[in-house]
Design a protein around this ligand. Structure first.
Ligand code: CP
Length: 309
């Protein structure tokens, strides 16, 4: 089976079949990662550049590891240590890198649409590793993989996204994916951090009371407040945010059931999530990070197969 797209720019462009194929392929790679020798020769003839114009810990290391596990040649580019600071444009930078015979570009950029722009201008396959407030498709795929691994099929599951929905590319990619796979989605947070169009445009439930939202869900994905993307004051203080929307052990103990707790990272302990929740047995935060490598191996492997067509 093949993906329907040449690039992974966003979950919006994928079909449910594409998503199922990526998740099934990731299962096979997860099995490879349990072996003493965690490496396969699948991408031995492929060269990949990791083009990071914005900071990252998890996504960058995860892609680098995925490439090494697939035996690809990889190059790491960090905008802060490059000729971008001398005024070089994104397109010139990428064309210079491609002239050294690179097959795939993994890209993170603070501008929404940057990978879509590149995809129109260069022949290499592009993987979006997070673009501004638009999408973070591999995060949504690893989140889906982690939910499936913990509680089975996404169909009919109730998934809650809590926090800064307005500035979160993780939220948008998760909403697209979960809806395509038949899950029910609710968002919760302060009204100033939830776009008004979201209910009708994306067919999600909106709840401003965190306790009610937690009572509804099977899985709660807790998001960071993206202060670096906010150019106006949207809530009074981090302390007040924590009191109204922070996920605490006391809140979870008051529910009639045990829900699964997720977070894409980086975590701001004591703001959106308390330490005794993040580190509890209900939390699958580190499993999400572990699964990221298998999911990214699946994406790179399937896109490389598409390129060879
Ligand atoms: N989840 C995520 O994208 O984390 P990084 O910003 O550290 O890559």
């Amino acid at each position: 089976m093949q993906l329907s797209t040449k690039h992974l720019l966003g979950i919006k462009d994928l079909s449910a079949e594409d998503i199922s194929l990526i998740l099934a392929t990731a299962s096979q790679f997860k099995e490879v990662l349990q072996r003493p020798v965690k490496k396969v020769p699948s991408l031995r003839d492929i060269t990949i550049v990791n083009l990071f114009y914005e900071n990252s810990t998890r996504t960058r290391i995860s892609f680098e590891l995925a490439e090494k596990r697939l035996s690809a040649d990889s190059i790491n580019f960090s905008a802060s240590a490059s000729s971008v600071s001398k005024g070089e444009t994104l397109l010139d930078t990428v064309n210079n890198i491609l002239s050294m015979k690179v097959d795939m570009v993994v890209m993170r950029h603070s501008a929404s649409g940057a990978p879509h722009f590149l995809a129109k201008h260069i022949p290499a396959a592009i993987v979006n590793a997070g673009d501004g407030i638009n999408e973070h498709p591999t995060q949504a795929l690893l989140d889906a993989f982690s939910i499936q691994e913990k509680i089975g099929s996404l169909e009919g599951k109730k998934v809650l996204l809590i926090g800064d929905i307005m500035h979160s590319r993780v939220a948008l990619s998760n909403i697209y994916l979960l809806k395509k796979m038949g899950a029910e989605v609710m968002v919760a947070g302060p009204p100033t951090l939830i776009p008004t169009y979201i209910k009708e445009a994306l067919q999600v439930k909106v709840e401003y009371n965190l306790k009610k939202a937690l009572q509804w869900c099977d899985v709660a994905n807790v998001l960071r407040i993206q202060l670096e993307r906010q150019n106006q004051v949207l809530f009074s203080s981090l302390r007040e945010y924590n009191l109204a929307y922070g996920v605490s052990k006391k809140l979870l103990d008051g529910l009639q059931k045990e829900i699964v707790i997720m977070h894409p990272g980086p975590i701001n302990r004591g703001v959106e999530i308390d330490s005794d929740v993040a580190d509890s047995s209900q939390s699958i935060i580190l499993q999400q990070v572990e699964n990221g490598v298998a999911v990214r191996m699946a994406v790179l492997y399937l896109l490389a197969g598409k390129k060879a067509e």
